[in-house]
Write a protein that binds this ligand. Structure first.
Ligand SMILES: [Zn+2]
Ligand SMILES: [Zn+2]
Length: 145
């Protein structure tokens, strides 16, 4: 987590009229991860630092302020920092083992979205593009169902 990220976080909290508390900043620091994390995992990391109720409350606030977003795998979800903090990317989510593979936009997904939006004279602000399916390890048995 860079100093810029921390400053950006503080700026978002305070400019929306919220107090910058120790628990909020500690919760934010737990969100740094190479992959989206389940709430259970975030709670485990928070143990001894931020209490359970505060973690839930802070995540709810962070979602409202666009600091984090949910990545859905079927009905379940994981939490990930928003594009304000990590480079914009998309996901391939495995319905078998819950693994989430990040994909940067090699296939011009973003260009396509810009294109269709422009054609509709629409100013896009945000998009989520998720692919659910089965990873290499889960594929052979699961796809035959
Ligand atoms: Zn899998
Ligand atoms: Zn995109």
């Amino acid at each position: 987590m860079s100093a810029d990220d921390i400053n950006n976080f503080r700026q978002i909290i305070t400019s929306n009229g919220y107090r910058l508390t120790r628990a909020r900043e500690a919760t934010f620091r737990l969100l740094v991860s190479s992959e989206p994390q389940s709430v259970a995992k975030i709670l485990a990391k928070a143990k001894g630092t931020v209490d359970r109720v505060s973690v839930y409350r802070n995540l709810e606030l962070f979602e409202k302020l666009g600091i984090v977003h949910r990545v859905y795998i079927g009905w379940k979800h994981k939490i990930e920092l928003s594009d304000d903090f990590v480079k914009h990317h998309h996901h391939l989510s495995c319905l078998g083992c819950g693994k989430i593979i990040d994909i940067e936009d090699e296939s011009h997904i973003d260009e396509f979205i810009e294109h269709v939006a422009a054609r509709a004279d629409f100013a896009p602000r945000r998009h989520i593009f998720e692919v659910d399916g089965y990873c290499h390890d889960c594929k052979p048995t699961k796809t035959t169902r």
